[in-house]
Write a protein that binds this ligand. Structure first.
Ligand code: 5PR
Length: 381
């Protein structure tokens, strides 16, 4: 690890990408300030699956014990269509953990603070320049050697630099909930089912409504409810309990819990930027590459790219930092581009209903190791 003192980074966004970049930079000797426009530092989202690529980053940060203590690996990954099992696999050889987003966020925020990162809540970054100056909503301007735009799909950092992008939408979308497990009640309905499995329940007839059931720990269950955007009842939040229980009656206890939660429906989308960097500014996470969640790699690519960005920026002489960012994008972006294309494909075709797709080239980013210094050797040969 190169330790490069007296380098300073300003980061917009204290989500998973921004905090990962912050930790990785601070561990390489940078002084780091993270701006979060929300008044409180917390994660609004529900659940997440982390794979090898992100777990390697968390391992490098020394956070695996903490992550393990608050997460789980479901014994099987099961897919059902019209409540018939089409695949049920133990995901051999794949390192994966399920957890809640608030939990992952608190682990990252805690680690960032321990590494000396300054996190400022209620501080909104409205723009940046390629010379490395950020502008706050308050009018203040701050200079940095590196600016990281980790400010989400609506990124002000990206838009202030005039970086153009395409947006591709899918016909489906999702609302997500954290609810109590209610395992005993589920077992009363289906005693033979292992309610610790991750189960992807698809239904096409009489209507397209899908429930992705993901235990996140002993107490909490992550439910993702997918419906076409043009299904007014199916995409309503709070959810229409009668509609959902009529299609998925075996999930009634946990759907009842989801119906109590406010929630928000998000349409699936992919954004592709003309470039991820401009001068001393680099974009990571949804600011750079919003993607469909089919392969569960939005957070994974965000954290992997934030980590490798910190590496690339630390290894370069400061005067050559803009070129180093261009080179970082050239090396790392193709993995994310391919993952976005695959995830969009599975969203458009509803192909996850065919059973476990975590095989072959679909696992390219899942199994990626951002901490391996030789990771590009094969591609370069
Ligand atoms: N997999 C995961 C997930 O959270 C979602 C999807 C697939 C882990 C929804 O966010 O296809 O929608 C999906």
């Amino acid at each position: 690890m190169t330790v490069t003192p007296s380098r300073h980074a300003e980061i917009s966004g204290a989500g998973f990408a921004g905090l990962t970049a912050a930790i990785a930079l601070a561990r390489r000797g940078w002084s780091v300030r993270v701006h979060e426009r929300a008044d409180q530092l917390r994660e609004q989202g529900a659940g997440i699956v982390l794979w090898h690529n992100t777990l390697k980053v968390l391992e490098d940060f020394g956070l695996i014990d903490e992550i393990n203590a608050g997460s789980m690996t479901p014994p099987f990954y099961e897919t059902r269509v019209q409540n018939k099992i089409v695949s049920d696999e133990g995901m051999p050889g794949i390192w994966w953990r399920t957890m809640t987003r608030p939990f992952l966020h608190s682990v990252l925020a805690g680690a960032a603070r321990r590494e000396g990162v300054e996190i400022v809540a209620g501080s909104e970054v409205v723009g940046a320049t390629e010379e490395g100056v950020i502008r706050l909503a308050s009018g203040a301007e701050l200079e940095a050697d590196l600016v990281v735009g980790a400010d989400g799909v609506g990124s002000s950092v990206r838009d202030s630099l005039g970086i153009d992008y395409e947006r591709q939408r899918s016909r489906d979308g999702i609302s997500r909930f954290l609810v109590p497990r209610r395992k005993a009640d589920l077992q009363k309905i289906e005693p033979g089912t292992d309610w610790d499995n991750m189960i992807d329940f698809w239904n096409f007839d009489p209507r397209v409504l899908r429930v992705l059931y993901t235990p996140a720990n002993d107490r909490e269950l992550y439910l993702a409810l997918m419906a076409p955007a043009d299904d007014v009842e199916g995409s309503a939040v709070p959810i229409d309990l009668d509609v959902w229980t009529s299609i998925h009656p075996q999930l009634t206890p946990v759907l009842e819990e989801a119906a109590k939660v406010e929630g928000k429906y998000f349409g699936y989308q992919t954004t592709r930027l003309e470039e991820w960097t401009r001068g001393r500014v680099a974009l990571v996470g949804d600011a750079a590459h919003a993607m469909c969640p089919a392969l569960a790699q939005g957070g994974g690519c965000a954290m992997a790219n934030a980590y490798t960005l910190a590496q690339a920026a630390s290894d370069a002489p400061l005067s050559e930092l803009p070129d180093a960012l261009v080179e970082w994008e050239r090396l790392e972006r193709p993995y994310t581009d391919r993952c976005q294309t695959r995830s969009q494909h599975y969203a458009d075709t509803r192909g996850m209903s065919q059973g476990n797709q975590f095989v072959g080239e679909n696992n390219e980013t899942t199994l990626y190791d951002p901490t391996d210094p030789h990771r590009h050797d094969v591609a370069a040969r």
